[in-house]
Each structure stands twice: as C-alpha cells, then as structure tokens.
Ligand binder design. Structure first.
Ligand SMILES: O=c1ccn([C@H]2C[C@H](O)[C@@H](COP(=O)(O)OP(=O)(O)OP(=O)(O)O)O2)c(=O)[nH]1
Length: 149
C-alpha cells in the first residue's frame, strides 16, 4: 500500500519514519519539539510529529498508539491517548502525550513517543430498525455479564 507522506520538520530527514523491521506493525513517531517539554503529573499535551500523511482511501485509517517500550522503560509513566487519523486528514499528525505518573516527565526533542499503525476500516451502511432481526447469545449483556471475575 502506498501512502503519501509530507516531512514538515527537516530534522526528520536524518531519522525518517520507517518500519524498524520487516514485521513491524507500527512506524515510530517523534516529538518534533524545539525544546524539552515538561509535563506535570496528569498533564496531557498535543505534541507535533513533524509529518503529515494522506491515506486517501476511505477503506483505511491510521491509529496513533503508545509505544510499549517507552511506557515500560519509564515505569509506565508516559503514555499517549489513542488517536484516530481519518483517511482524508492532511494536517500534521499530533500525539496526545499524557503523564500518567506522580512526578513531572520531560519529553526530549525528537524522542520517539508513539507509533502509527495503518488499519483497514469499514464504512457501514446503517439501516434503522425497530427490533433486531435475530436474537444473539449475549443480547444486551455487558460489563462483566459473562462471568464473575
Ligand atoms: O491523536 C490524534 C487524533 C487526531 N488527529 C487528527 C487526525 C484526525 O483525522 C483529526 C480529527 O480527529 P478526530 O476525528 O478524532 O477529532 P474530532 O474531535 O472528532 O474532530 P473533527 O470534528 O475534526 O473530526 O485530527 C491527530 O493528529 N492526532
């Protein structure tokens, strides 16, 4: 699959976004900051990535997901909220970085802070009904209805 990529921050040319291994699902996203950014405990900031993509095909979307390595190395302190990138979004990719820990956390310029995963999606045709055509085993059960633990 081909995706158009715009590099908006020249510093990324030295470290272009690539899949780390042939089997990698995610492309690392870097914090394109001019200076270190300190996040207070509980704070959440939008961090620019210096790049934009255009998927163009409505059958795909991209997800911005946390990097497990980063979270673990820092004692599960820095996370990011999952971001959904629409196929027709052409603006700069932004990462919503969240300090989950009890102490301030500093993101360094060009640090790898999240990863981008491209996934197929379905735009369904919704048809309003009064009642569903068939009952299901689950019905409206949820929130732990299938067991006690
Ligand atoms: O972590 C994120 C989440 C979103 N976006 C961009 C891409 C996405 O296509 C666009 C809009 O995101 P979303 O649809 O989640 O936002 P919304 O709050 O529903 O706003 P909108 O009315 O613009 O759709 O913002 C990012 O760059 N990073």
């Amino acid at each position: 699959m081909h995706v158009e990529l715009k590099i908006l921050d020249e510093r990324l040319r030295a470290q272009p976004p690539v899949y780390a291994t042939p089997g990698s699902a995610g492309l690392d996203l870097r914090a394109c900051l001019q200076a270190p950014l300190e996040l207070a405990p509980g704070a959440c900031e939008l961090v620019p990535t210096g790049m934009a993509i255009h998927l163009a095909d409505p059958g795909y979307a991209a997800l911005i997901l946390p990097r497990s390595g980063l979270g673990h190395r820092h004692g599960l302190v820095l996370g990011n909220l999952v971001g959904l990138i629409d196929s027709d979004y052409q603006g700069e990719l932004m990462v919503s970085a969240w300090n989950r820990g009890p102490a301030p956390f500093t993101i360094q310029p060009l640090e790898r802070i999240a990863q981008l995963v491209i996934v197929p999606v379905v735009q369904a045709q919704f048809r309003e009904v009064e009642a569903f055509g068939q009952p299901s085993v689950r019905g409206s059960g949820g929130y732990g209805s299938t067991g006690r633990s």
